[in-house]
Design a protein around this ligand. Structure first.
Ligand SMILES: [Zn+2]
Length: 350
């Protein structure tokens, strides 16, 4: 087979996370209302692969995607420590709060806590190695043994920007806003030659920090608190309902056609009845599904078979339909213009 030795494709999460979900965690009689606004990393990978190399948004999307990948595991760890907190009243916790501040500006907050007393914006980092913080220019330089040093965006600047963007998108909030950088990797060593401009904590300290905030006075009535919660959840939801193209201002007509590798972003090629990535040297047949399904996130939540085949001309209608059916996609309309859409609640698949 073209002198390519095929290795089995690694098992991937297609639906890493649900579109959104509200879970209630019970802790000592107080429920924590958690909304998790996630995105499937594999779908983001396909979106990235489809954007032409010279597109002005390509680097921005790459940065966002890498951020998501590094942050994901650390963010999950934080949740466990939030459960330790003895909240006075049920808070609203939003994980991965994304909103558009204005046409050209999106903010992404790892965790947002909304209470009657305060708002808390948490940025979670889960990076190993040695971290050197520099103030001018603001950067963090990560060193891992045996590898070249790597400059990364300063998380304090990210927090500055998130705070500024959040205030701009919610100007009439009466609550004080606190910010914190939480480091989720316990093996990391630091060199911080200046005073941290935001509260800088390890995971274990998070419950204690929030416990202190819980001592603050209530500033909102029940009615005001519920109105605020509703407003914030709606902001996050309306962003999530937008397609990736709308969010990142990409014209769907500019997207590259074809099937792409989730690992290396190269075009897949067909060899006999198998899809392969010649770059990764792997059997990529299972990437066909995510290439089809991701279009519902990338372009539009409702698509016809023709819409899908415009992006994936190598696939036959029958193959597309088979993928949609096997993932429980629902269709409506007449045979010719039948539109498919995804089921409301997506289960986590592995
Ligand atoms: Zn590949």
């Amino acid at each position: 087979m073209n002198q390519i030795s095929l290795v089995p494709t690694p098992v991937k999460f297609f639906y890493t996370l649900t579109i959104y979900s509200a879970i209630l965690l019970k802790k000592g009689g107080i429920a924590i209302e958690i909304h998790h606004f996630g995105v499937s990393i594999s779908m983001m990978d396909i979106f990235y692969a489809r954007i032409p190399h010279d597109h002005p948004q390509k680097t921005f999307i790459e940065a966002q995607m890498n951020n998501m990948k590094i942050g994901h595991r650390g963010e999950a760890k934080l949740l466990r420590f939030l459960e330790e907190v003895n909240f006075k009243q049920s808070p609203l916790v939003i994980r991965n709060f994304l909103t558009r501040v204005h046409q050209k500006r999106i903010i992404q907050i790892d965790y947002l806590l909304v209470t009657r007393k305060y708002l808390l914006i948490i940025e979670v980092k889960n990076i190993a190695g040695h971290i050197q913080f520099n103030s001018n220019p603001p950067q963090m330089i990560r060193t891992l043994e045996g590898r070249p040093s790597q400059a990364m965006e300063c998380p304090f600047v990210q927090l500055d920007r998130n705070l500024d963007g959040f205030i701009a998108s919610l100007p009439d909030s009466k609550l004080p806003i606190y910010t914190s950088l939480v480091w989720a990797n316990s093996s990391t060593t630091f060199d911080l030659p200046f005073e941290a401009p935001h509260l800088f904590l390890t995971l274990k300290k998070v419950p204690l920090m929030i416990q202190e905030l819980e001592k603050l006075p209530d500033l909102l009535s029940n009615k005001q608190f519920n109105a605020l919660k509703k407003k914030i959840v709606q902001k996050a939801q309306s962003f999530q309902e937008q397609s990736f193209c709308d969010r990142y201002q990409i014209n769907p007509l500019d997207l590259r056609k074809g099937l792409y590798c989730v690992e290396c972003y190269q075009l897949l090629t067909k060899s006999m009845r198998t899809w392969i990535c010649t770059n990764c040297k792997l059997n990529a047949t299972q990437f066909v599904d995510v290439n089809v399904l991701s279009l519902f996130s990338i372009q539009n939540s409702q698509l016809t078979i023709t819409d899908i085949r415009n992006h994936l001309p190598e696939l036959q209608s029958r193959q597309v339909r088979k993928v949609l059916d096997s993932y429980g996609y629902i269709s409506k309309g007449n045979t010719k213009s039948k539109r498919y859409f995804k089921p409301m609640e997506w289960e986590e698949h592995q």
